[in-house]
Ligand binder design. Structure first.
Ligand code: SF4
Length: 331
């Protein structure tokens, strides 16, 4: 395998400062590709053991948060043989640093089916990755505001979670302690723990039944995509539900419900701020609204901490709701 370049302090191909390896060779030939010189498998220099060791050394400093494979395409059959053992070496050396990979191929159709190159090597590569950004770059869908991808068809995938749950788990943001991601079918149990709890739902609505949770998950969270999930990075536990529902003209209704065992530790603040950033950048949001029962002081405190401004009060089912707004100006 040849490689085009190494960036030793890269801040644009994954979260934090990272070492990035640009491999040579790509058959996708996407129109508008940002690195067309790397399509040629002979471009650049040979990826020798010395180069591997220099990357492993370069990953040592604490400020290096992870490693990213960019292309060219790391999953081209010609590149798999060198990259599978290298990624294994890197993973063993730095179990706590994240490994990201960008590919023009499709996670389910090309990588999981074993159709691309050597299925065993592909499996070994996937087993080392935290995050895969997949799909060809489509110039017509280009959006510079997207989080770590060039066009909106591309997906940021949590690889180990997707393999374990047998569903594609799509990431939209990362905070210090959380993954903020789209909901999946396998979230039913975790969501029921939150929405089915009477204490949690005290000032919101009656607790959900198991069937009601399933229906809500399928229809609102997955079908309409009006909600995002907050999952603990270290255990994978679903601890929060965040509503992000479009109401027209860039206005989004928001709301959040967090697991009773994880309240008062700043998780909701962390997750909701990340959702605001995601919606401003990716959904074209310009304004958010949120409301809480006047008796729900913790929720009102959080709303104000998030920089939302009180606009009015509304009566609902005999209770008084305080309504707040936030726009780019009070971000
Ligand atoms: S997959 Fe990436 S490197 Fe290959 S052509 Fe598309 S944008 Fe360029």
């Amino acid at each position: 395998m040849n490689y085009a370049k190494i960036k030793w302090t890269d801040i644009s191909n994954g979260p934090g400062v990272r070492v990035s390896l640009y491999v040579s060779g790509c058959r996708n030939h996407c129109k508008g590709c940002f690195n067309p010189e790397t399509w040629d498998f002979n471009y650049g220099d040979p990826f020798t053991e010395e180069v591997e060791n220099s990357i492993i050394d370069g990953m040592k400093p604490d400020y290096i948060k992870g490693f990213t494979l960019v292309g060219g395409d790391p999953f081209e059959p010609e590149n798999q043989k060198a990259l599978a053992p290298f990624l294994e070496k890197l993973r063993a050396a730095y179990p706590a640093k994240s490994i990201w990979c960008f590919t023009g191929y499709d996670f389910e159709k090309d990588l999981l089916t074993g159709k691309l190159g050597d299925a065993d090597l592909v499996t070994r590569m996937l087993s080392c990755l935290d995050v895969l950004v997949d799909g060809r770059f489509v110039e017509e869908l280009k959006n510079p505001g997207l989080w770590f991808r060039g066009s909106s068809n591309q997906r940021v995938i949590l690889v180990q979670q997707s393999l374990a749950r047998d569903e594609v788990v799509r990431l939209v943001a990362i905070t210090d302690r959380l993954y903020v991601r789209k909901f999946n079918e396998c979230d039913e149990e975790g969501l029921y723990e939150i929405l089915g709890d009477g204490q949690t739902m005290k000032f919101i609505e009656p607790p959900f039944t198991r069937d009601g949770t399933r229906e809500f998950l399928r229809d609102i969270c997955i079908g309409k995509g009006y909600a995002l999930a907050a999952e603990l990075k270290d255990t994978g536990k679903l601890i929060g539900y965040i509503l992000i529902k479009p109401c027209g003209d860039g206005l989004y209704e928001t709301g959040w419900i967090f697991h009773k065992d994880y309240r008062g530790r700043g998780y909701a603040y962390e997750a909701v701020n990340a959702v605001f950033d995601y919606a401003f950048a990716e959904l074209g949001a310009s304004e958010f609204t949120a409301s809480a029962d006047e008796r729900n002081q913790p929720s009102l405190n959080l709303i104000e901490k998030l920089g939302m401004k009180y606009v009015r009060s509304e009566k609902e089912d005999g209770n008084l709701l305080l309504v707040y707004m936030k726009n780019k100006g009070n971000k």
